[in-house]
Design a protein around this ligand. Structure first.
Ligand code: GLA
Length: 752
């Protein structure tokens, strides 16, 4: 790792493991992008900015400055001064004109990485995760605007982290109409764009399309990162795939509105942009004020998506998730949502808990419906008082009983919301986000609380904290079930209404910061109608996030494939639920549901008292499986072996321990094919020289026998398993799956 200023060349070189990111100063003033990719280690690379070949360099040919601006590979594009590609920064001055040109002034190289005020951000660790930061200071003298472009690297990561700080050093207000975080210009005439998209219950499906001339964008102005788009994009070079080819990716550490864009320009270059969505955004920067953007993680891989995934997983485990649970064993929980919906009471919960405890489940989570008068989703959000009609003796009694069983207790909240039918709304109608004189749009019969107001943040915090202080509650599911609309705040002045979206998210971050400070031992799981706020911003506060309301094992294959492209399995909330599945009505084997949920933070979402005896026994087997393999799943390297989304027949993934002594393969036969022999699967990530002993992991005892004989006890070399493959027998029935554990024999020679 390192950041150097190459004085003779006027270049800055950031080295992050086997990658290099080089920045130059074009024509003495303009911060330009020189190179990002595999290490080149040659200081003479500045020509890649093309300032030598262009006839348009402003210092030599001012009359064609516009042509220079419109082609120069900049590190931070500004609007209105000749660069017609999309910009990062658009500033309106107090006289109403727009236009900004940044000139490089000076640099600083710092040990470590500064925190971002009020926002989640990657951080250095004391135990070896050290980092360095480059700050490039630029100015627009006319506006009196100082802009610091910030780049950080960590010693154990290949990622480059970017953010921007803007300060008004003038004497008049400036109006930031658009402030994105990152711009990256690169030569790429052909390739693909990869994004993640979907909908409620279909989150984060992989979407790959050819890069085309013009702008291709994914975005959200829903006030949350969203089900529909994800704050991620990657461009993939020609022929790039799972294990080969070049990939450039950006991921936004933010939970609100975003845009991520790839623009292919007239000269065959591609500009990647990422930041807060400019729609509905305007920030007033008064003299002396500073605005800091959320950060963008940039990743380059020369070995396809697989390597990109490893870089993101290791970065997030090593430098983003704050929770002490990161490396701790997570409790196996049972959540009552799909079991009861709103129709529960203490007696029912205890009935579920008792059976769950008998089978080895460790925590009961009480979901929506325990407070106010909430028996449907029509009301009571905001009234966070226990409903003693449902829970006689209150929470105290219930929690005592659960703990007496030897289980932990967790609880659901949706703190950011208010129902029109609630005491809170009747008392403080102005606390809801709304436009004066307009009836706000309802969604799931609720409004959004105006978290730009400190008194609302205080109220919300106290209503959650008061409950948590009342007894030993180990876990909170923090939900958020609607998108924002009617963007208006009764408190922000008319000039500041464009700040509401961002101030709202800062309010959310403030709440979660307070919560994790006051209750450091609390296991926090974020959720937003399933996975509408599954993003790196929330991950900073909660080590796991509910991935999707769709718990169907087959739907989850695509959802979890897309999610695990970026997020380690230990962050992905995944539960076994009842069949027919409540979302799609599909019936899948109980065992397959277990295998799929095992690629996440394992739990149950069903009425365990209603399971058959055989299923209850399978729960016991699954619990044992989770205890045995959770450390491997939590800490290991994830490999995508096959994608059902691509082959339409089967899905497979693998987790391999960092030292390559253990691996776990999961294979799901989505559709059975007639007249077909066994299927060859090539394993990944093993030590080619090690001898691995195989073991079929059996939850469903009726399936042992022939299949076990085929695998259990067999020993093969890593090279055979990876290059020759293993043969998975054709299984009878759709949606069937198997899991095979591989353990290296002790004497295996090491590889690099
Ligand atoms: C959201 C969550 C669900 C459940 C319900 C309760 O949809 O994603 O898991 O908690 O809210 O209303």
């Amino acid at each position: 790792m390192g950041i150097e200023y190459l004085e003779g060349e006027g270049l800055f070189r950031l080295t992050a493991q086997d990658t290099e990111y080089v920045i130059g100063i074009g024509d003495g003033k303009y911060v330009g992008h020189v190179y990002y990719g595999k290490k080149i280690e040659d200081n003479r690379c500045g020509y890649l900015m093309r300032t030598e070949e262009a006839p348009f360099v402003p210092s030599k040919n001012l009359r064609e400055k516009c042509s220079f601006a419109d082609a120069f590979p900049t590190e931070y594009s500004t609007w209105g001064m000749g660069d017609y590609r999309d910009s990062c920064l658009n500033v309106r001055s107090s006289d109403g004109c727009r236009g900004c040109e940044l000139h490089y002034k000076r640099y600083r190289i710092l040990e470590g990485k500064p925190e971002l005020p009020g926002m989640p951000a990657t951080f250095c660790r004391d135990d070896g995760g050290q980092g360095m930061t480059l700050e490039l200071e630029c100015r627009d003298e006319v506006l009196g605007l100082k802009v610091i472009l910030r780049y950080s690297v960590f010693e154990d990561s290949a990622a480059v982290i970017r953010s921007v700080e803007l300060t008004n050093e003038g004497d008049k207000p400036l109006y930031l109409e658009r402030v994105l975080t990152a711009c990256m210009d690169m030569d790429m005439e052909e390739g693909d764009l990869l994004t993640l998209g979907g909908s409620w219950a279909r989150e984060r499906h992989m979407v790959r399309r050819p890069l085309a001339f013009g702008k291709q964008m994914v975005s959200s102005f829903r006030g949350e990162s969203g089900h529909q788009d994800h704050p991620f994009l990657a461009v993939m070079g020609p022929n790039a795939g799972q294990d080969q080819g070049e990939v450039y990716a950006m991921h936004f550490v933010y939970s609100g509105n975003f845009m991520a864009e790839a623009e292919m320009s007239q000269f065959g270059s591609v500009r990647l942009l990422m930041g807060i969505h400019p729609e509905g955004f305007e920030w007033v920067l008064n003299p002396g004020d500073t605005f800091v953007t959320p950060e963008v993680v940039c990743v380059y891989s020369d070995q396809g998506l697989g390597k990109m995934t490893h870089i993101f997983h290791d970065l997030y485990r090593g430098h983003l998730i704050r929770s002490p649970y990161l490396h701790r064993k997570r409790p196996i929980l049972i959540n009552n949502w799909e079991a009861t919906y709103f129709d529960f009471n203490t007696e029912k919960l205890l009935e579920i808990a008792k059976e769950a405890k008998k089978r080895g489940i460790e925590m009961l989570v009480m979901d929506d419906g325990w407070f106010g008068d909430r028996n449907t989703d029509e009301g009571s959000l905001g009234d966070w008082q226990v409903n003693e009609k449902k829970l006689p003796g209150g929470l105290t009694y219930l929690v005592e009983q659960i703990r007496a069983l030897g289980m932990e207790f967790g609880i659901w909240f949706e703190p950011e919301m208010v129902s029109p039918d609630s005491n809170l709304y009747r008392t403080h109608p102005d606390w809801a986000v709304c436009i004066p004189e307009r009836e706000p749009v309802q969604s799931r019969a609720q409004y959004v609380l105006d978290l730009s107001r400190p008194e609302v943040v205080d109220y919300v915090y106290e209503s959650v904290a008061r409950i948590l202080r009342s007894g030993p509650i180990s876990y909170v599911k923090w939900d958020m079930n609607r998108q924002m609309s009617d963007i208006g705040s009764a408190c922000l002045g008319k000039e500041h209404q464009g700040e509401l979206f961002h101030r709202y998210i800062l309010g959310v971050y403030e709440l979660q910061k307070r919560l994790t400070r006051e209750f450091p031992e609390l296991l926090l799981e974020n959720c937003a109608s399933g996975g509408a706020r599954f993003d790196p911003g929330m991950l900073y506060y909660s080590p796991q996030i509910w991935c999707s309301d769709d718990t169907d094992a087959i739907e989850r294959l695509a959802i979890q494939e897309g999610t695990s492209l970026l997020y380690p399995l230990c962050t992905i909330g995944a539960h076994v639920s009842a069949c027919p599945n409540h979302i799609v009505g599909r019936v899948t084997p109980f065992e397959t549901r277990g295998h799929v949920a095992m690629a996440g933070t394992f739990g149950y979402e069903l009425d365990i008292t209603k399971l058959s005896q055989a299923e209850k026994e399978m729960v016991e087997e699954q619990v044992k499986m989770v205890h045995r393999f959770q450390p491997l799943v939590q800490e290991g390297d994830y490999y995508r072996v096959a994608s059902w989304q691509e082959n339409h027949k089967y899905d497979s993934w693998q987790v391999v321990s960092k030292d390559k002594t253990e691996a776990l393969l999961t294979y799901v036969q989505v559709l059975a094919q007639p007249n077909w022999h066994s299927r060859k699967i090539l394993l990944k990530g093993l030590n080619p020289n090690a001898e691995y002993q195989l073991e079929l992991i059996v939850q469903d005892k009726t399936k042992s026998g022939e299949m076990e004989q085929k695998f259990t006890g067999k020993v093969y070399k890593g090279s055979l398993l990876m290059y020759g493959g293993i043969l998975i027998p054709r299984m009878q029935g759709d949606f069937t799956s198997i899991m095979i554990y591989l353990k290296a024999k002790a004497s295996a020679p090491k590889t690099n």
